[in-house]
Every structure is written in C-alpha cells, then in structure tokens.
Design a protein around this ligand. Structure first.
Ligand SMILES: Cc1ncc(COP(=O)(O)O)c(C=O)c1O
Length: 235
C-alpha cells in the first residue's frame, strides 16, 4: 500500500482464481491462485453520492437467477450481468441501474445492495430475492438496529421504489449513496434524513472514529498484540 494510495485511501481487490492447468470446463484440479490489486479509486458513484443523491433507472436486464449462476458469490462471470445493466443506464444518462429479479421484485444495483425507507422503517430485499449479500449491507443492517430504527428484510416491487420516502445503495466501492430519482420520478422529499444518519455512522465506522465498530477494521501494519486486543474488544 504505497504510491497508488492517495490521502491514505485506496481500494483493495483480491482476486481468487483457478490457475494454469485444465483447459476444459472442469478446472477443479487446477491450482488456486490469488492476486491482490490496490489503487486509489474515488467514490464509484461520484460526489453526488455524498450530496443530493443519484439518478437511477430500472434496468431492462433481469438480475441473474440462482438457477443459472450463484448470485451470492462475487464471481467474475456474474459481472457480465452487472456490466450490461450499468452500461445501459449510463448510455441513457443515468448514474446507476436497479435490477429486478426473475419474478419482478427489486433485487439490487449492479454493484450495490439497495435499501428502502418508508414511514421510518428501513428495509432491504432478503437473500432469497437473489441478491449478493454484501458486507456493506450487513454493516448497514447492524448500524440501523444499533440506531434503534425499525428494520425488516422484505421484498419490494418496482412501484414501491417510487413510493419510498428514501432509497439508498450500499456497497464497498459505492459507500452509502442516496437515490434521488428512479426513472424520472423524485424519491420522497429529496432530503434523506435516515440515509444521511446511517451514512454518517458508517463513515465514522470505516474511518475508525466509532469505537463500537472498530473491530470491523484491520489496521495496516498493526502488531499481533494490537490484533489480539482488537479481537478481545467486545462489540
Ligand atoms: C451485485 C452486487 N451487489 C452488492 C454488492 C455490495 O457488496 P459489498 O458491500 O460486499 O461491496 C456488490 C459488490 O461488489 C455487488 O457486486
């Protein structure tokens, strides 16, 4: 972690793959190789993510179904589906896509999970809706509960996107990003009080400013004693 980090910030992408060996379709005897890339990467959805929110569209591409590929894995093949949705959205002038699953319920973004706020209740689609259960989604669920906000895992429809008080995306690269518009329809009042509250706690957590979440972090260059202390700290 050095020259390509900026202001002590960088993105780390480990890639685990089946290496040189079998050229056919059953590579299980090939060696497992790992590569780790790191580089400075500004927020995936741009600065709009921090401020007034982004503009989205419901994709014409359906989120991959678990009968075809395992959507819970960050498997390279799955990203063809994500890429198609993203390219379609940006070509149409939107910041990001929202994908529906094969029964027409909301699944997620191409690289983010989605949350809905309605009458103070925060919800997100369950794993059974064919989503990738992202680590940021888990973090948001934890923060929402710790903040004492009502929370449920529940399916919601395209129509319920339009009637939400707030919508936001959550992902490692995107952070927590308010959604201000879906297919030209403004979401709620455009002020996002709950999203901003969760966003603030999340920012404090990932920058080590929130003691209750410090265990989520692995300080680079920490000693074994530091690690043992961290592991012993109750959440
Ligand atoms: C399809 C999809 N959903 C959700 C996420 C968010 O996952 P995480 O919070 O682990 O970054 C990602 C991240 O790559 C993703 O590709």
């Amino acid at each position: 972690m050095n020259a390509i980090c900026r202001k002590n910030r960088c993105y780390i992408r480990p890639l685990v793959y089946l290496g040189y060996g079998e050229m056919g379709l059953d590579p299980t005897r090939s060696p497992i190789d790992v590569a780790i890339a790191e580089w400075y990467w500004p927020p995936l959805l741009g600065s709009a993510g921090d401020g007034g929110g982004i503009r989205t569209t419901v994709s014409s591409w359906t989120r991959i179904d678990s009968r075809a590929l395992p959507p819970q894995a960050k498997c390279a093949a799955n990203y063809a589906n994500s890429g198609l949705a993203k390219m379609e959205a940006t070509a149409a002038g939107y910041d990001e896509a929202i994908l529906l699953n094969s029964i027409g319920m909301v699944a997620e973004g191409p690289g983010e999970n989605i949350f809905r706020v309605k009458k103070g209740v925060v919800s997100t689609p369950p794993a059974s809706s064919g989503i990738l259960r992202g680590i940021t989604r888990d973090s948001v669920i934890r923060i929402v509960k710790d903040e004492g906000l009502p929370f449920e895992r529940s399916d919601f429809s395209r129509e319920e996107l339009f009637t939400a008080d707030e919508l936001f995306f959550a992902g490692t690269a995107a952070g927590i990003t308010p959604i201000r518009e879906v297919d030209g329809r403004p979401i709620g009042t455009g002020t996002f009080p709950i999203t901003h509250r969760v966003q603030q706690v999340y920012q404090d957590a990932i920058h080590g400013r929130a003691a209750p979440y410090r265990r989520w972090l692995t300080p680079v260059g920490s000693t074994r004693a530091d690690e043992a202390r961290r592991a012993a700290t109750p959440l």
